[in-house]
Ligand binder design. Structure first.
Ligand code: FAD
Length: 512
Protein backbone atom coordinates (compact mmCIF):
# COMPACT_ATOMS: atom_id res chain seq x y z
CA UNK A 1 0.00 0.00 0.00
CA UNK A 2 1.08 3.54 -0.70
CA UNK A 3 0.66 5.17 2.68
CA UNK A 4 2.49 8.44 2.69
CA UNK A 5 2.37 11.36 0.29
CA UNK A 6 4.69 14.36 0.45
CA UNK A 7 3.54 17.47 -1.40
CA UNK A 8 6.17 20.14 -2.04
CA UNK A 9 4.60 23.58 -2.55
CA UNK A 10 1.66 25.36 -0.92
CA UNK A 11 0.12 27.38 -3.76
CA UNK A 12 -3.31 26.68 -5.21
CA UNK A 13 -2.00 23.40 -6.64
CA UNK A 14 -0.47 22.16 -3.39
CA UNK A 15 -3.44 22.89 -1.17
CA UNK A 16 -6.02 21.70 -3.70
CA UNK A 17 -4.11 18.42 -3.97
CA UNK A 18 -3.75 18.01 -0.21
CA UNK A 19 -7.45 18.72 0.38
CA UNK A 20 -8.71 16.42 -2.32
CA UNK A 21 -6.45 13.48 -1.43
CA UNK A 22 -7.55 13.66 2.19
CA UNK A 23 -11.21 14.04 1.22
CA UNK A 24 -10.87 11.00 -1.05
CA UNK A 25 -8.73 8.64 1.06
CA UNK A 26 -9.13 9.99 4.64
CA UNK A 27 -7.00 8.08 7.17
CA UNK A 28 -5.84 5.56 4.56
CA UNK A 29 -2.98 7.90 3.64
CA UNK A 30 -0.76 10.37 5.47
CA UNK A 31 -0.24 13.65 3.68
CA UNK A 32 2.55 16.11 4.50
CA UNK A 33 2.78 19.45 2.70
CA UNK A 34 5.96 21.50 2.84
CA UNK A 35 5.86 25.10 1.68
CA UNK A 36 8.46 27.82 1.73
CA UNK A 37 7.94 31.06 3.59
CA UNK A 38 10.54 32.69 1.34
CA UNK A 39 9.34 31.63 -2.11
CA UNK A 40 6.03 33.34 -2.65
CA UNK A 41 3.08 31.92 -4.54
CA UNK A 42 2.55 33.10 -8.09
CA UNK A 43 -0.21 35.39 -6.74
CA UNK A 44 -2.45 35.24 -9.81
CA UNK A 45 -5.00 32.65 -10.93
CA UNK A 46 -8.21 34.36 -9.97
CA UNK A 47 -10.65 33.26 -12.68
CA UNK A 48 -11.92 29.71 -12.97
CA UNK A 49 -13.86 27.34 -15.11
CA UNK A 50 -17.45 26.25 -14.42
CA UNK A 51 -16.31 22.73 -13.50
CA UNK A 52 -14.46 24.02 -10.41
CA UNK A 53 -17.83 23.73 -8.72
CA UNK A 54 -17.35 19.93 -8.74
CA UNK A 55 -14.14 20.35 -6.77
CA UNK A 56 -15.72 22.30 -3.92
CA UNK A 57 -18.74 20.00 -3.88
CA UNK A 58 -16.45 16.98 -3.63
CA UNK A 59 -14.87 18.48 -0.52
CA UNK A 60 -18.34 19.19 0.88
CA UNK A 61 -17.67 22.94 1.04
CA UNK A 62 -20.57 25.36 0.91
CA UNK A 63 -20.23 28.21 -1.57
CA UNK A 64 -22.01 30.62 0.78
CA UNK A 65 -19.23 29.99 3.30
CA UNK A 66 -16.04 29.75 1.29
CA UNK A 67 -16.77 32.27 -1.48
CA UNK A 68 -17.09 35.37 0.76
CA UNK A 69 -14.02 34.31 2.75
CA UNK A 70 -12.01 34.22 -0.48
CA UNK A 71 -13.14 37.65 -1.70
CA UNK A 72 -15.00 35.92 -4.49
CA UNK A 73 -17.42 36.78 -7.21
CA UNK A 74 -19.27 35.04 -10.02
CA UNK A 75 -18.17 34.36 -13.55
CA UNK A 76 -20.87 33.55 -16.11
CA UNK A 77 -18.43 33.58 -18.99
CA UNK A 78 -15.76 35.66 -20.68
CA UNK A 79 -16.36 38.95 -22.46
CA UNK A 80 -13.97 39.39 -25.37
CA UNK A 81 -13.34 43.02 -26.21
CA UNK A 82 -11.62 44.42 -29.31
CA UNK A 83 -10.67 40.99 -30.68
CA UNK A 84 -12.67 41.44 -33.85
CA UNK A 85 -12.85 45.22 -34.23
CA UNK A 86 -12.05 48.01 -31.77
CA UNK A 87 -15.11 48.74 -29.65
CA UNK A 88 -16.82 45.39 -30.37
CA UNK A 89 -17.42 42.71 -27.81
CA UNK A 90 -19.01 39.28 -27.45
CA UNK A 91 -19.42 36.66 -24.74
CA UNK A 92 -18.19 33.11 -24.45
CA UNK A 93 -20.63 31.92 -21.79
CA UNK A 94 -20.98 28.72 -19.78
CA UNK A 95 -24.10 27.78 -21.71
CA UNK A 96 -24.66 25.02 -24.23
CA UNK A 97 -26.43 25.77 -27.48
CA UNK A 98 -30.05 24.71 -27.69
CA UNK A 99 -31.00 22.24 -30.41
CA UNK A 100 -34.07 22.69 -32.63
CA UNK A 101 -35.22 19.94 -34.98
CA UNK A 102 -31.80 18.33 -34.88
CA UNK A 103 -29.74 21.47 -35.56
CA UNK A 104 -28.08 23.74 -33.05
CA UNK A 105 -29.39 27.25 -32.60
CA UNK A 106 -26.08 28.46 -34.04
CA UNK A 107 -26.91 26.64 -37.29
CA UNK A 108 -30.31 28.28 -37.30
CA UNK A 109 -28.80 31.66 -36.55
CA UNK A 110 -26.63 31.36 -39.66
CA UNK A 111 -29.74 30.62 -41.70
CA UNK A 112 -32.30 32.96 -40.12
CA UNK A 113 -30.49 35.24 -37.77
CA UNK A 114 -30.88 38.96 -37.81
CA UNK A 115 -27.25 40.00 -38.28
CA UNK A 116 -27.95 43.17 -36.31
CA UNK A 117 -28.39 41.01 -33.22
CA UNK A 118 -25.07 39.27 -32.68
CA UNK A 119 -24.82 35.51 -32.44
CA UNK A 120 -24.12 35.39 -28.70
CA UNK A 121 -27.08 37.59 -27.84
CA UNK A 122 -29.44 35.67 -30.11
CA UNK A 123 -28.48 32.20 -28.92
CA UNK A 124 -27.53 32.47 -25.22
CA UNK A 125 -29.44 33.80 -22.23
CA UNK A 126 -26.19 34.38 -20.38
CA UNK A 127 -25.09 37.24 -22.65
CA UNK A 128 -28.05 39.33 -21.45
CA UNK A 129 -27.29 38.51 -17.81
CA UNK A 130 -23.70 39.65 -18.36
CA UNK A 131 -24.73 42.87 -20.10
CA UNK A 132 -26.98 43.66 -17.13
CA UNK A 133 -24.44 42.59 -14.45
CA UNK A 134 -26.88 40.07 -12.98
CA UNK A 135 -26.11 37.48 -10.32
CA UNK A 136 -26.82 33.85 -11.26
CA UNK A 137 -28.63 33.49 -7.92
CA UNK A 138 -31.79 35.07 -6.56
CA UNK A 139 -31.58 36.76 -3.17
CA UNK A 140 -33.03 33.60 -1.57
CA UNK A 141 -30.02 31.70 -2.94
CA UNK A 142 -31.85 29.80 -5.67
CA UNK A 143 -30.11 29.37 -9.01
CA UNK A 144 -31.58 30.93 -12.16
CA UNK A 145 -31.14 27.68 -14.11
CA UNK A 146 -33.34 25.24 -12.26
CA UNK A 147 -32.45 21.63 -11.58
CA UNK A 148 -28.67 22.06 -11.35
CA UNK A 149 -28.09 22.81 -7.69
CA UNK A 150 -27.44 19.86 -5.43
CA UNK A 151 -26.90 17.44 -8.29
CA UNK A 152 -23.13 17.27 -8.24
CA UNK A 153 -22.25 15.72 -4.89
CA UNK A 154 -19.04 13.75 -5.27
CA UNK A 155 -19.11 13.69 -9.04
CA UNK A 156 -15.95 14.30 -11.02
CA UNK A 157 -15.25 16.20 -14.20
CA UNK A 158 -15.56 13.07 -16.27
CA UNK A 159 -19.02 12.39 -14.86
CA UNK A 160 -20.27 15.85 -15.64
CA UNK A 161 -23.51 15.71 -17.59
CA UNK A 162 -25.03 19.13 -17.25
CA UNK A 163 -23.30 22.40 -18.00
CA UNK A 164 -23.09 24.27 -14.71
CA UNK A 165 -23.87 27.92 -15.56
CA UNK A 166 -21.10 29.70 -13.72
CA UNK A 167 -17.59 29.65 -12.34
CA UNK A 168 -15.93 31.87 -9.73
CA UNK A 169 -13.50 34.71 -9.43
CA UNK A 170 -11.51 34.58 -6.20
CA UNK A 171 -8.37 35.70 -4.46
CA UNK A 172 -5.93 32.85 -5.07
CA UNK A 173 -4.02 33.45 -1.84
CA UNK A 174 -7.21 33.37 0.20
CA UNK A 175 -8.28 30.12 -1.46
CA UNK A 176 -4.91 28.56 -0.62
CA UNK A 177 -5.35 29.68 3.00
CA UNK A 178 -8.94 28.44 3.17
CA UNK A 179 -8.01 25.05 1.74
CA UNK A 180 -4.97 24.84 4.04
CA UNK A 181 -7.27 25.17 7.07
CA UNK A 182 -9.62 22.59 5.60
CA UNK A 183 -6.82 20.14 4.79
CA UNK A 184 -5.21 20.49 8.20
CA UNK A 185 -8.55 19.82 9.87
CA UNK A 186 -8.60 16.53 7.94
CA UNK A 187 -5.13 15.71 9.25
CA UNK A 188 -2.69 17.04 6.62
CA UNK A 189 0.63 17.88 8.26
CA UNK A 190 2.03 21.27 7.25
CA UNK A 191 5.74 22.06 7.34
CA UNK A 192 6.84 25.62 6.63
CA UNK A 193 10.39 25.31 5.38
CA UNK A 194 12.57 25.42 2.29
CA UNK A 195 13.32 22.22 0.47
CA UNK A 196 17.04 22.39 -0.28
CA UNK A 197 17.65 19.02 -1.81
CA UNK A 198 15.68 16.17 -3.34
CA UNK A 199 17.29 12.77 -2.79
CA UNK A 200 16.84 9.96 -5.30
CA UNK A 201 18.01 6.34 -5.20
CA UNK A 202 19.98 4.53 -7.90
CA UNK A 203 16.78 3.95 -9.96
CA UNK A 204 15.88 7.61 -9.91
CA UNK A 205 13.05 7.27 -7.36
CA UNK A 206 12.72 9.97 -4.78
CA UNK A 207 13.46 8.76 -1.24
CA UNK A 208 13.14 12.03 0.66
CA UNK A 209 13.35 15.80 0.44
CA UNK A 210 15.79 17.63 2.69
CA UNK A 211 14.55 20.82 4.35
CA UNK A 212 16.56 23.66 5.82
CA UNK A 213 15.36 23.30 9.41
CA UNK A 214 12.84 20.47 9.63
CA UNK A 215 14.99 17.51 8.63
CA UNK A 216 14.24 14.97 5.92
CA UNK A 217 10.71 14.26 4.77
CA UNK A 218 10.31 10.73 3.42
CA UNK A 219 7.32 9.35 1.58
CA UNK A 220 6.09 6.80 -0.93
CA UNK A 221 4.69 9.31 -3.43
CA UNK A 222 5.95 12.87 -4.00
CA UNK A 223 3.83 15.59 -5.58
CA UNK A 224 5.70 18.49 -7.17
CA UNK A 225 3.62 21.65 -6.66
CA UNK A 226 6.57 24.04 -6.72
CA UNK A 227 5.15 26.14 -9.56
CA UNK A 228 7.29 27.19 -12.50
CA UNK A 229 10.41 26.12 -10.52
CA UNK A 230 9.50 22.45 -10.96
CA UNK A 231 12.02 21.47 -8.34
CA UNK A 232 11.26 17.76 -8.38
CA UNK A 233 10.15 16.78 -11.85
CA UNK A 234 12.42 18.98 -13.96
CA UNK A 235 15.28 20.13 -11.76
CA UNK A 236 15.80 16.76 -10.05
CA UNK A 237 14.39 14.09 -12.35
CA UNK A 238 15.22 15.92 -15.58
CA UNK A 239 11.87 15.35 -17.31
CA UNK A 240 11.80 16.95 -20.75
CA UNK A 241 9.61 20.03 -21.08
CA UNK A 242 7.84 20.72 -24.37
CA UNK A 243 7.53 24.43 -25.00
CA UNK A 244 4.43 25.74 -26.80
CA UNK A 245 5.92 29.13 -27.66
CA UNK A 246 6.08 28.22 -31.36
CA UNK A 247 2.28 28.44 -31.42
CA UNK A 248 1.49 30.47 -28.28
CA UNK A 249 4.18 33.15 -28.03
CA UNK A 250 2.97 35.09 -24.97
CA UNK A 251 5.71 34.55 -22.40
CA UNK A 252 5.18 37.30 -19.86
CA UNK A 253 2.47 39.00 -17.86
CA UNK A 254 2.24 42.06 -15.69
CA UNK A 255 -0.48 42.06 -13.05
CA UNK A 256 -2.05 44.94 -11.14
CA UNK A 257 -4.71 44.96 -8.42
CA UNK A 258 -7.02 47.95 -8.75
CA UNK A 259 -9.62 49.11 -6.20
CA UNK A 260 -12.99 49.43 -7.93
CA UNK A 261 -14.18 53.03 -8.11
CA UNK A 262 -17.79 52.07 -7.56
CA UNK A 263 -17.97 49.01 -5.32
CA UNK A 264 -21.40 48.20 -6.70
CA UNK A 265 -20.27 48.24 -10.31
CA UNK A 266 -19.35 44.57 -10.37
CA UNK A 267 -19.46 42.41 -13.49
CA UNK A 268 -20.26 38.70 -13.39
CA UNK A 269 -17.69 37.87 -16.08
CA UNK A 270 -13.99 37.98 -16.86
CA UNK A 271 -13.06 40.50 -19.54
CA UNK A 272 -10.30 39.65 -22.03
CA UNK A 273 -9.40 42.82 -23.93
CA UNK A 274 -7.13 42.61 -26.97
CA UNK A 275 -4.12 44.92 -26.60
CA UNK A 276 -1.28 46.00 -28.91
CA UNK A 277 0.90 42.99 -28.18
CA UNK A 278 -1.38 40.55 -26.36
CA UNK A 279 -4.47 40.87 -24.23
CA UNK A 280 -5.54 42.07 -20.80
CA UNK A 281 -7.62 40.33 -18.17
CA UNK A 282 -10.06 42.11 -15.86
CA UNK A 283 -11.31 39.94 -13.03
CA UNK A 284 -13.81 41.53 -10.64
CA UNK A 285 -13.46 40.33 -7.06
CA UNK A 286 -15.78 41.54 -4.32
CA UNK A 287 -13.46 44.33 -3.16
CA UNK A 288 -11.23 45.03 -6.17
CA UNK A 289 -10.42 44.16 -9.76
CA UNK A 290 -7.51 41.97 -10.75
CA UNK A 291 -5.94 43.15 -14.01
CA UNK A 292 -3.08 41.82 -16.04
CA UNK A 293 -1.51 42.20 -19.46
CA UNK A 294 -0.38 38.97 -21.09
CA UNK A 295 2.12 39.62 -23.86
CA UNK A 296 5.07 38.46 -25.86
CA UNK A 297 8.34 40.25 -25.10
CA UNK A 298 9.29 39.87 -28.75
CA UNK A 299 6.83 42.66 -29.47
CA UNK A 300 6.81 44.87 -26.39
CA UNK A 301 9.12 45.43 -23.41
CA UNK A 302 7.97 44.88 -19.80
CA UNK A 303 8.13 48.66 -19.23
CA UNK A 304 5.95 49.36 -22.27
CA UNK A 305 3.49 46.66 -21.24
CA UNK A 306 3.28 48.08 -17.72
CA UNK A 307 2.65 51.57 -19.12
CA UNK A 308 -0.08 50.28 -21.50
CA UNK A 309 -1.72 48.39 -18.61
CA UNK A 310 -1.58 51.31 -16.18
CA UNK A 311 -2.94 53.65 -18.81
CA UNK A 312 -5.84 51.28 -19.54
CA UNK A 313 -6.99 50.51 -16.00
CA UNK A 314 -5.43 52.86 -13.46
CA UNK A 315 -4.29 56.13 -15.01
CA UNK A 316 -2.72 58.41 -12.43
CA UNK A 317 -2.34 55.57 -9.90
CA UNK A 318 1.40 54.96 -10.18
CA UNK A 319 1.38 54.15 -6.45
CA UNK A 320 -0.27 50.77 -7.14
CA UNK A 321 2.39 48.02 -7.25
CA UNK A 322 2.65 45.69 -10.25
CA UNK A 323 3.80 42.09 -10.40
CA UNK A 324 5.92 41.20 -13.46
CA UNK A 325 5.75 37.48 -14.23
CA UNK A 326 7.67 35.30 -16.66
CA UNK A 327 5.54 32.41 -17.90
CA UNK A 328 6.74 28.97 -18.88
CA UNK A 329 4.32 27.91 -21.63
CA UNK A 330 4.10 24.22 -22.45
CA UNK A 331 3.97 20.92 -20.61
CA UNK A 332 6.18 18.16 -19.37
CA UNK A 333 6.44 15.26 -21.77
CA UNK A 334 5.17 13.21 -18.81
CA UNK A 335 3.85 14.76 -15.64
CA UNK A 336 4.20 11.53 -13.66
CA UNK A 337 7.60 9.85 -13.57
CA UNK A 338 8.62 7.09 -11.14
CA UNK A 339 7.14 8.12 -7.77
CA UNK A 340 6.77 11.81 -8.60
CA UNK A 341 3.68 13.53 -9.99
CA UNK A 342 3.80 17.21 -10.96
CA UNK A 343 0.56 19.16 -10.53
CA UNK A 344 -0.03 22.84 -11.30
CA UNK A 345 2.44 25.12 -13.02
CA UNK A 346 5.21 22.55 -12.48
CA UNK A 347 3.28 20.21 -14.80
CA UNK A 348 2.24 22.59 -17.55
CA UNK A 349 0.52 25.83 -18.40
CA UNK A 350 -0.84 27.22 -21.63
CA UNK A 351 -1.48 30.87 -20.86
CA UNK A 352 -4.20 32.60 -18.85
CA UNK A 353 -6.64 33.03 -21.75
CA UNK A 354 -9.80 30.98 -20.93
CA UNK A 355 -8.60 30.52 -17.30
CA UNK A 356 -7.57 26.89 -17.43
CA UNK A 357 -4.72 26.68 -14.87
CA UNK A 358 -6.93 25.67 -11.96
CA UNK A 359 -8.99 23.43 -14.24
CA UNK A 360 -5.78 21.53 -15.13
CA UNK A 361 -5.02 21.16 -11.41
CA UNK A 362 -8.50 19.80 -10.71
CA UNK A 363 -8.32 17.43 -13.65
CA UNK A 364 -4.85 16.18 -12.63
CA UNK A 365 -5.91 15.55 -9.02
CA UNK A 366 -8.98 13.60 -10.11
CA UNK A 367 -6.85 11.53 -12.45
CA UNK A 368 -4.31 10.92 -9.69
CA UNK A 369 -7.05 9.57 -7.44
CA UNK A 370 -8.37 7.41 -10.28
CA UNK A 371 -4.90 6.03 -11.08
CA UNK A 372 -3.57 6.00 -7.52
CA UNK A 373 -0.71 3.48 -7.39
CA UNK A 374 -0.04 0.54 -5.11
CA UNK A 375 3.36 -1.01 -4.31
CA UNK A 376 3.56 -2.56 -7.80
CA UNK A 377 3.65 0.91 -9.41
CA UNK A 378 1.96 -0.52 -12.48
CA UNK A 379 3.37 1.45 -15.45
CA UNK A 380 0.00 1.16 -17.20
CA UNK A 381 -1.55 3.35 -14.51
CA UNK A 382 1.18 5.95 -14.89
CA UNK A 383 0.89 5.85 -18.66
CA UNK A 384 -2.87 6.29 -18.59
CA UNK A 385 -2.48 9.26 -16.24
CA UNK A 386 0.16 10.88 -18.42
CA UNK A 387 -1.89 10.42 -21.58
CA UNK A 388 -4.98 12.05 -20.09
CA UNK A 389 -3.11 14.97 -18.60
CA UNK A 390 -1.29 15.56 -21.90
CA UNK A 391 -4.55 15.40 -23.87
CA UNK A 392 -6.24 17.96 -21.64
CA UNK A 393 -3.37 20.44 -21.98
CA UNK A 394 -2.88 19.85 -25.70
CA UNK A 395 -6.61 20.29 -26.38
CA UNK A 396 -6.63 23.64 -24.61
CA UNK A 397 -3.50 24.65 -26.52
CA UNK A 398 -5.34 24.07 -29.81
CA UNK A 399 -8.41 25.90 -28.61
CA UNK A 400 -6.35 28.93 -27.55
CA UNK A 401 -4.45 29.07 -30.83
CA UNK A 402 -7.84 29.20 -32.55
CA UNK A 403 -8.55 32.45 -30.64
CA UNK A 404 -5.55 34.14 -32.25
CA UNK A 405 -6.14 32.65 -35.70
CA UNK A 406 -9.82 33.54 -35.85
CA UNK A 407 -9.36 37.05 -34.38
CA UNK A 408 -9.89 39.78 -36.98
CA UNK A 409 -7.20 42.13 -35.66
CA UNK A 410 -4.22 42.86 -37.92
CA UNK A 411 -3.38 46.39 -36.89
CA UNK A 412 -0.10 45.84 -35.02
CA UNK A 413 2.97 43.67 -35.72
CA UNK A 414 1.80 41.28 -32.97
CA UNK A 415 -1.61 40.68 -34.55
CA UNK A 416 -0.17 40.52 -38.07
CA UNK A 417 2.26 37.83 -36.97
CA UNK A 418 -0.54 35.86 -35.28
CA UNK A 419 -2.06 35.26 -38.71
CA UNK A 420 1.04 33.59 -40.14
CA UNK A 421 2.32 31.80 -37.05
CA UNK A 422 2.54 28.01 -36.93
CA UNK A 423 -0.46 26.01 -35.72
CA UNK A 424 -0.69 22.79 -33.72
CA UNK A 425 -1.12 19.77 -35.96
CA UNK A 426 -4.79 19.35 -36.88
CA UNK A 427 -5.98 22.89 -36.21
CA UNK A 428 -5.62 24.11 -39.80
CA UNK A 429 -8.03 21.37 -40.87
CA UNK A 430 -10.56 22.43 -38.24
CA UNK A 431 -10.35 26.09 -39.21
CA UNK A 432 -10.77 25.12 -42.83
CA UNK A 433 -13.81 23.01 -42.01
CA UNK A 434 -15.26 25.88 -39.96
CA UNK A 435 -15.40 27.92 -43.15
CA UNK A 436 -17.97 25.49 -44.53
CA UNK A 437 -19.88 24.34 -41.45
CA UNK A 438 -20.02 24.60 -37.69
CA UNK A 439 -17.83 22.25 -35.68
CA UNK A 440 -19.37 19.47 -33.62
CA UNK A 441 -18.15 16.96 -31.02
CA UNK A 442 -16.74 14.81 -33.84
CA UNK A 443 -14.65 17.58 -35.34
CA UNK A 444 -13.18 19.50 -32.37
CA UNK A 445 -10.10 18.23 -30.50
CA UNK A 446 -11.13 14.64 -29.87
CA UNK A 447 -10.07 14.06 -26.22
CA UNK A 448 -11.36 15.53 -22.99
CA UNK A 449 -9.96 19.05 -22.55
CA UNK A 450 -12.82 20.81 -20.81
CA UNK A 451 -14.28 22.55 -23.86
CA UNK A 452 -17.24 21.32 -25.88
CA UNK A 453 -18.09 22.16 -29.47
CA UNK A 454 -20.36 25.01 -28.37
CA UNK A 455 -17.26 26.81 -27.04
CA UNK A 456 -15.33 26.31 -30.27
CA UNK A 457 -18.31 27.69 -32.23
CA UNK A 458 -18.91 30.56 -29.79
CA UNK A 459 -15.33 31.67 -30.37
CA UNK A 460 -15.33 31.24 -34.13
CA UNK A 461 -18.64 33.05 -34.56
CA UNK A 462 -17.87 35.71 -31.96
CA UNK A 463 -14.55 36.47 -33.62
CA UNK A 464 -16.19 36.72 -37.03
CA UNK A 465 -14.87 33.47 -38.48
CA UNK A 466 -18.22 32.39 -39.96
CA UNK A 467 -19.02 29.54 -42.34
CA UNK A 468 -19.60 30.88 -45.86
CA UNK A 469 -23.20 29.68 -45.72
CA UNK A 470 -25.70 28.01 -43.40
CA UNK A 471 -26.26 24.25 -43.55
CA UNK A 472 -28.19 23.65 -46.83
CA UNK A 473 -30.58 21.19 -45.13
CA UNK A 474 -32.19 24.04 -43.18
CA UNK A 475 -33.74 25.37 -46.40
CA UNK A 476 -35.89 22.22 -46.48
CA UNK A 477 -37.14 22.61 -42.91
CA UNK A 478 -39.94 24.72 -41.51
CA UNK A 479 -38.20 27.52 -39.57
CA UNK A 480 -41.17 28.08 -37.23
CA UNK A 481 -39.71 26.10 -34.31
CA UNK A 482 -36.36 27.83 -34.56
CA UNK A 483 -37.95 31.28 -34.72
CA UNK A 484 -40.02 30.38 -31.67
CA UNK A 485 -36.84 29.28 -29.86
CA UNK A 486 -35.06 32.57 -30.64
CA UNK A 487 -38.09 34.37 -29.22
CA UNK A 488 -37.97 32.11 -26.13
CA UNK A 489 -34.28 32.88 -25.55
CA UNK A 490 -35.06 36.57 -25.64
CA UNK A 491 -38.13 36.26 -23.40
CA UNK A 492 -36.29 34.12 -20.83
CA UNK A 493 -33.36 36.51 -20.86
CA UNK A 494 -35.62 39.52 -20.31
CA UNK A 495 -37.44 37.74 -17.52
CA UNK A 496 -34.20 36.75 -15.76
CA UNK A 497 -32.69 40.22 -16.10
CA UNK A 498 -35.80 41.63 -14.43
CA UNK A 499 -35.94 39.02 -11.67
CA UNK A 500 -32.31 38.53 -10.64
CA UNK A 501 -30.46 40.87 -8.30
CA UNK A 502 -27.25 42.52 -9.44
CA UNK A 503 -24.09 40.55 -8.94
CA UNK A 504 -22.92 42.95 -6.25
CA UNK A 505 -26.28 42.95 -4.45
CA UNK A 506 -26.31 39.17 -4.13
CA UNK A 507 -22.68 38.92 -3.05
CA UNK A 508 -23.18 41.68 -0.50
CA UNK A 509 -26.01 39.58 0.98
CA UNK A 510 -23.66 36.62 1.60
CA UNK A 511 -20.72 38.81 2.69
CA UNK A 512 -22.31 39.77 5.99
P1 FAD B 1 2.70 28.67 -7.09
O1 FAD B 1 1.53 29.50 -6.73
O2 FAD B 1 3.87 29.34 -7.71
O3 FAD B 1 3.14 27.90 -5.79
C1 FAD B 1 4.41 27.32 -5.65
C2 FAD B 1 4.61 26.87 -4.23
O4 FAD B 1 5.83 26.15 -4.15
C3 FAD B 1 4.72 28.02 -3.22
O5 FAD B 1 4.00 27.67 -2.05
C4 FAD B 1 6.22 28.07 -2.91
O6 FAD B 1 6.47 28.55 -1.60
C5 FAD B 1 6.55 26.59 -3.03
N1 FAD B 1 7.98 26.31 -3.25
C6 FAD B 1 8.73 26.61 -4.33
N2 FAD B 1 9.99 26.21 -4.14
C7 FAD B 1 10.03 25.63 -2.91
C8 FAD B 1 11.05 25.02 -2.13
N3 FAD B 1 12.31 24.92 -2.56
N4 FAD B 1 10.73 24.55 -0.91
C9 FAD B 1 9.46 24.64 -0.43
N5 FAD B 1 8.45 25.19 -1.13
C10 FAD B 1 8.75 25.69 -2.35
N6 FAD B 1 -5.20 29.90 -13.61
C11 FAD B 1 -6.53 29.99 -13.63
O7 FAD B 1 -7.20 28.96 -13.43
N7 FAD B 1 -7.15 31.16 -13.86
C12 FAD B 1 -6.48 32.30 -14.12
O8 FAD B 1 -7.08 33.35 -14.27
C13 FAD B 1 -5.08 32.24 -14.17
N8 FAD B 1 -4.34 33.33 -14.45
C14 FAD B 1 -2.98 33.23 -14.50
C15 FAD B 1 -2.21 34.34 -14.86
C16 FAD B 1 -0.83 34.22 -14.95
C17 FAD B 1 -0.02 35.40 -15.39
C18 FAD B 1 -0.19 33.00 -14.64
C19 FAD B 1 1.30 32.87 -14.70
C20 FAD B 1 -0.95 31.92 -14.24
C21 FAD B 1 -2.33 32.01 -14.18
N9 FAD B 1 -3.11 30.92 -13.83
C22 FAD B 1 -4.46 31.00 -13.87
C23 FAD B 1 -2.49 29.69 -13.36
C24 FAD B 1 -2.58 29.66 -11.84
O9 FAD B 1 -2.02 30.84 -11.32
C25 FAD B 1 -1.84 28.47 -11.30
O10 FAD B 1 -2.29 27.34 -11.96
C26 FAD B 1 -2.12 28.30 -9.82
O11 FAD B 1 -1.92 29.48 -9.12
C27 FAD B 1 -1.28 27.22 -9.24
O12 FAD B 1 0.02 27.64 -9.02
P2 FAD B 1 0.98 26.61 -8.32
O13 FAD B 1 0.41 26.22 -7.01
O14 FAD B 1 1.31 25.54 -9.30
O15 FAD B 1 2.32 27.46 -8.12
Amino acid sequence: MIRSVVIVGGGTAGWMTASYLKAAFAHQIDVTLVESAQVSRIGVGEATFSTVRHFFDYLGLDEADWLPKCGGGYKLGIRFENWSKPGEHFYHPFERLRVVDGFSLADWWLELGDRDVPFDRSCFITSALCEANRSPRMLDGSLFASGLDGTLGRSTLAEQRAQFPYAYHFDADEVARYLADYAMRLGVKRVVDNVQHVQTDARGWITHVRTEGSGDLSGDLFVDCTGFRSLLINQTLGMKFQSFTDVLPNNRAVALRVPREEATDMSPYTTATAMNAGWMWTIPLFQRNGNGYVYSDEFISPEEAEAELRNAVAPGRDDLPVNHIRMRIGRNENSWVNNCVAIGLSSGFVEPLESTGIFFIQHAIEQLVKHFPDERWDPKQTEAYNTRVAHAIDGVKEFLVLHYKAAQRDDTPYWKEAKVREMPHGLAEKLDLAESRLLDEETIYPYFHGFESYSWNAMNLGLGHLPKQATPALKHLDPANALAEFARVKAEADEMVAALPSCFEYLASINK
